[in-house]
Design a protein around this ligand. Sequence first.
Ligand code: GLN
Length: 536
Amino acid sequence: MAKYIFVTGGVVSSLGKGIASASIGKLLEARGLKVSLIKCDPYINVDPGTMNPYQHGEVYVTEDGAETDLDLGHYERFTNALLTKDNNITTGKIYYSVINKERKGDYLGKTVQIIPHITGEIKENIKKVAYLRRVDVVIVEIGGTVGDIESLPFLEAIRQLRLELGPHYAINIHVTLVPFIKSAGEIKTKPTQHSVSKLREIGISPDIIICRSEKVLSKEARDKIALFCNVDREAVITAIDVKYIYEIPAMFKREGLDKLIVRLLNLRGEDRGLGAWEKLVLKRLKKSQSKVEIAVVGKYITLQDAYKSVYEALIHGAIANDVKLVTRKIDSEDIEKQGVEKYLKGVDGILVPGGFGQRGIEGKIKAIEFSRENKIPFLGICLGMQTAVIEFARAVCGFKKANSTEFDKNTKYPVISLLEEQEKVVHKGATMRLGAYECRIKKGSLAYKAYKKERIFERHRHRYEFNNHYRKVMEERGLLFSGVNPQKDLVEIIELKNHPWFVACQFHPEFKSKPEKAHPLFREFIRASKEFSKKK
Ligand code: GLN
């Protein structure tokens, strides 16, 4: 029977609960245990797919095509857990299911209520993951901050679940903030005390408290938290700010967190150390000297989380090439207003990530033209591939005002357009081309050099496609279609023949990159950028 770790957060949001949960997963795997992770999101959207990146940050896509919270990205980057649609539970999903059951008559004769029906549905969804994956430990992260109205049913559900499971089958970890007040020169434990007392009001007593802090907690501060929050002193874990998130598992290990968890849950897990993770990731991250500067040209640049997996995959590419990564984040609308030179001069590589809608498109096209003409390494992802096609159609093929029908319905040259099956779609939720699809790679191409195989599977999230009507003419002008989906003959990867490294793909490679094993396209993109930087 699986054991459970419930992770809650207090005081403020953005404490890094997701990374803390992922790090715990990593530490347990390092002890030979099999884990899975679940994120519970208290919002009413069924999934984050219909939310604006400014509201939610990146939408992370799983292999089976679920649009999920970005924390699942951390879980997959840190652990070997295979995540699916079952690993992200939202209030919307729970209510949707309960209401459907009610209409079918599953609760006939009963009044359907938050307790026991909503909480029951949450518990079933959590237990389902343990059952399906046959893991030793399921880490369940509850989104939001304790004290929010929205998360109450989730907290009640985990309270009940722990009680039903009995001793040594579940623990609660609470992540809080211990602020440092500069004027007083002191750290303050009061917000943590209040947050824990809020949690205890609803029947949950944390076993471990992870304290996010700028400074290492003094012995007195630890003692105070332990006393007021009713936990052992060794269960007060300090999580000080680190430069790279990949340092966190080792930091937790030094604090004795894994040992404590194994003891509290009565788990048999022999400590094998972090091994390759420390050697490969940390040493190389910290040691590398030469710098590579990559421009990311998008429209949600001000928001740190909007391209989360892209930024992480770039770091993985840098680790694989022993270079230090510098990212220059550029709003494509600024390029439209003030010209491309001002923003892109001096960079070693240019990346245009995915996106939706017309705003900022022309700036992205200018950035792509700049990389094509100056032979600067380029990686285009999803909308980045579509805009690369538009740029090529306009500048090289002479198709004036060529466009995607997403931005100009009546364009004379619809080089990117909707498939017939997408034309019929009316609902917006979960109706894009989503998840893993096959792609066949042409031998001898840059893509083949990166993947070193012909058959790959990559994750998608888009509606529009390359319009095959233009394939022949573009091929004649020097565009190589190096990756194609064989089932539907859809263009998946394009490259430029007379350019050192210009590759763009319709899928999202960033979702499958890991710190110990950079995605082949990111690894090669950074390698090409490193070479470009040396020649400069
Ligand atoms: N907006 C484009 C489409 O729907 C690209 C999507 C994306 O970049 N994820 O096809």
